[in-house]
Write a protein that binds this ligand. Structure first.
Ligand code: FAD
Length: 159
């Protein structure tokens, strides 16, 4: 990262940013251009704070087709936007926290892992609550698992 002063180096601090984001953008390999889609997600962290991301959705569509062709994806999420203004155009900037990374997508087929993934999704948006998942709904939706291979964090904060 060119701006080392803005890098979030601690994995637990990156995990905290992930916890507070509400949208993750996934970038797939496609033929002519990259294909990018915003999605909601759940995250499960290992003991070092490295996340595995879970995404749920329809069991068909472009992103699933592209995943089958090549499961390697990039991802990005960000939060805490605040426009910083000033007297001149070049004084303007934006505060943010963001996370970028790459990993490998796979389809979750095990019903118990699917349920755990959906619970992680709910925990991201409704923390501390418990939810029931209907069997037929769990069967019908596709759950994708993003095994994260690399991750970086960045924070822009005006002094
Ligand atoms: C805030 C937010 C949260 C979302 N959360 C989820 C989620 O948790 N799970 C989920 O499956 N989907 C979610 N979506 C919708 C997601 O972005 C995709 O639209 C959806 O997953 C279908 O993707 P697909 O590749 O199957 O597209 P397809 O239905 O196959 O359509 C492909 C075409 O539609 C265009 N397209 C696809 N998505 C979008 C989009 N969002 N905006 C504009 N054009 C688009 C593509 O560029 C392409 O031309 C969310 C969208 C937003 C904005």
């Amino acid at each position: 990262m060119r701006r080392k002063d803005r890098e979030i180096t601690d994995l637990s601090a990156i995990a905290s940013v992930v916890r507070q984001c509400d949208v993750c953008r996934l970038a797939f390999f496609d033929e002519e251009y990259p294909y990018i889609v915003p999605v909601n997600f759940g995250a499960v962290f290992d003991e070092n704070g490295m996340p595995t991301l879970y995404i749920h959705g329809a069991a068909m569509g472009t992103k699933l087709e592209l995943m089958k062709r090549d499961p390697h994806v990039g991802f990005e999420m960000d939060r805490g936007h605040r426009l910083v203004t000033g007297p001149r155009a070049c004084d303007y900037s934006m505060e943010y926290e963001s996370v970028c990374g790459a990993g490998v997508l796979s389809l979750v087929t095990d019903p118990n892992e699917k349920r755990a993934a959906l619970a992680a999704l709910m925990e991201q948006y409704a923390p501390g609550q418990t939810h029931e998942f209907h069997e037929n709904m769990v069967d019908a939706i596709a759950v994708l698992k993003l095994t994260v291979r690399s991750i970086t964090g960045k924070r822009m904060k005006k002094a």
